[in-house]
Design a protein around this ligand. Sequence first.
Ligand SMILES: *[C@@H]1O[C@H](CO)[C@@H](O)[C@H](O)[C@H]1NC(C)=O
Ligand SMILES: *[C@@H]1O[C@H](CO)[C@@H](O)[C@H](O)[C@H]1NC(C)=O
Ligand SMILES: *[C@@H]1O[C@H](CO)[C@@H](O)[C@H](O)[C@H]1NC(C)=O
Ligand SMILES: *[C@@H]1O[C@H](CO)[C@@H](O)[C@H](O)[C@H]1NC(C)=O
Ligand SMILES: *[C@@H]1O[C@H](CO)[C@@H](O)[C@H](O)[C@H]1NC(C)=O
Ligand SMILES: *[C@@H]1O[C@H](CO)[C@@H](O)[C@H](O)[C@H]1NC(C)=O
Ligand SMILES: *[C@@H]1O[C@H](CO)[C@@H](O)[C@H](O)[C@H]1NC(C)=O
Ligand SMILES: *[C@@H]1O[C@H](CO)[C@@H](O)[C@H](O)[C@H]1NC(C)=O
Ligand SMILES: *[C@@H]1O[C@H](CO)[C@@H](O)[C@H](O)[C@H]1NC(C)=O
Ligand SMILES: *[C@@H]1O[C@H](CO)[C@@H](O)[C@H](O)[C@H]1NC(C)=O
Length: 400
Amino acid sequence: MAAAVSRRSGAFLLFLGSVLGLSDALFGGGAPYRRQLSVVLNPNAPLPPPGGDLLHVRAVGDNDTIHFLFCSLGAPTLLLVHTNTSSSTVRVDWKKFEERNISGSLRVEPESSVLDSTAIIFSRLWEYNDVNDTGHVTSDPFPPYELKDFLWSGLNLSGASARLCGVAATFANGSLCVQLSVFESEGRGLSWPRLLHSANSSQMGVWLDGVLPRAARSRFMLELRAVGGAYPVSRVEAHRSIDDEYTPSIFKVSRWQSAVNGSSDVLGFVQWKPVAYRRLNPALEDATPCHHSEPQRLSAEETASLSALVKGFYEEPLTYGLNISFGIAGEPFYNSTRFLSWTALVGVGAPPVDSFSVLVVSMMVFGLGTPLILLLLGGVCVCVRKRTTAPPALAYEPIN
Ligand SMILES: *[C@@H]1O[C@H](CO)[C@@H](O)[C@H](O)[C@H]1NC(C)=O
Ligand SMILES: *[C@@H]1O[C@H](CO)[C@@H](O)[C@H](O)[C@H]1NC(C)=O
Ligand SMILES: *[C@@H]1O[C@H](CO)[C@@H](O)[C@H](O)[C@H]1NC(C)=O
Ligand SMILES: *[C@@H]1O[C@H](CO)[C@@H](O)[C@H](O)[C@H]1NC(C)=O
Ligand SMILES: *[C@@H]1O[C@H](CO)[C@@H](O)[C@H](O)[C@H]1NC(C)=O
Ligand SMILES: *[C@@H]1O[C@H](CO)[C@@H](O)[C@H](O)[C@H]1NC(C)=O
Ligand SMILES: *[C@@H]1O[C@H](CO)[C@@H](O)[C@H](O)[C@H]1NC(C)=O
Ligand SMILES: *[C@@H]1O[C@H](CO)[C@@H](O)[C@H](O)[C@H]1NC(C)=O
Ligand SMILES: *[C@@H]1O[C@H](CO)[C@@H](O)[C@H](O)[C@H]1NC(C)=O
Ligand SMILES: *[C@@H]1O[C@H](CO)[C@@H](O)[C@H](O)[C@H]1NC(C)=O
């Protein structure tokens, strides 16, 4: 009896194993693309720069390199530069870079190897009093927090991740933090929304912790600016996403991407699920929907004045901007938990796309497969019994 049970559970495990293996082969797609990462803080700076830090993560692939640059001189900015060689380098003229008044103080060399570049600036934090609980700005919002004027901490590095926290005078004990993570190969974030990443994308997390709201019914919006070379990320598309165990109850993914004329190729993208969380360790009810405004063309000059990195790298920073609003009508206001976190991917090439997870595939296989197998087995048993009990001459007798 015990032996039979263990044999059956053994067969079950074998079946489960083959299902997992099969779904891995179907949905995993072979060995993941890997990059070699090297991390340098303030590359070749004679002295630590007084106003903030510049982090350089070099991600070298087979025949290409992505340079991830993250800077807190001015508003927090992430710059991705994709080159077609594995030997390109970043050169910073620190004196000019810190003066922030000319372009060309930060270069990626050789210049002819640059395929594309995208910068994302976290430019402003908007707060509005949602008196009628509409989830939209209906009257004048409060004056925005300019992130370029924040007092930023030094970059807190751990591996290929860096965290930056900043405060404004009226934040009381609160802070706004931005975290960059760069990855060697594909995987998933550890906390919700558990975005799928690859070696070609980095993850940006933003959270607003303990800030004193200026009204009891305050909601917040984050203004992002995207700067590009020839093809800036200019339009946002919403795509359906598979709702699986990674991001419960969210059926969409929003993708802000570069539009290349007459081609479906994506050069650079910012991708997020339209959800934020109202607690650091959220439960399902702490998820709150987000929405975004249409990207607008913004002034290149004003954008360059916000960020040392954009000023130093771009001559003519073609800029689009949008607002991500946290919360919709009927959702609790910021004051309910005084916490909000939101996560996005920023990368080059085709954005990662969720496929069914192994768990969902196994459930489908068990849910649909088991009855099918039972049906087949039942059919076989009936046939076998008929063959052994009935004489051949009666084989065509109609069944009652
Ligand atoms: C990289 O370049 C080499 C030679 O230039 C080529 O043989 C190889 O196939 C390339 N690898 C990839 C992954 O493109
Ligand atoms: C940039 O600023 C520095 C110091 O403020 C000044 O000496 C220099 O002339 C300026 N350069 C340009 C091109 O404006
Ligand atoms: C790519 O690499 C080749 C050979 O190194 C070079 O000639 C070319 O200009 C590079 N840049 C682009 C954008 O293809
Ligand atoms: C809120 O609703 C009231 C009544 O409908 C209206 O008078 C008021 O202007 C609204 N306030 C805002 C900020 O939209
Ligand atoms: C840096 O991060 C680590 C781990 O997240 C934390 O323990 C440490 O206190 C942080 N250091 C500073 C200076 O914020
Ligand atoms: C800030 O923190 C201090 C000490 O932790 C506390 O006494 C004070 O009440 C806090 N202020 C606000 C506005 O939360
Ligand atoms: C990442 O980029 C490399 C080089 O462009 C490409 O070969 C690879 O397929 C990309 N990986 C993913 C997961 O998109
Ligand atoms: C936030 O909520 C608390 C109660 O949870 C309340 O005492 C406080 O006055 C509210 N803050 C503001 C700015 O309305
Ligand atoms: C894209 O195409 C349109 C018309 O086909 C043209 O007017 C526009 O200048 C093109 N833009 C770029 C960046 O090539
Ligand atoms: C963000 O929202 C504020 C307030 O409604 C608005 O003034 C600003 O222009 C918006 N920014 C962008 C880039 O749409």
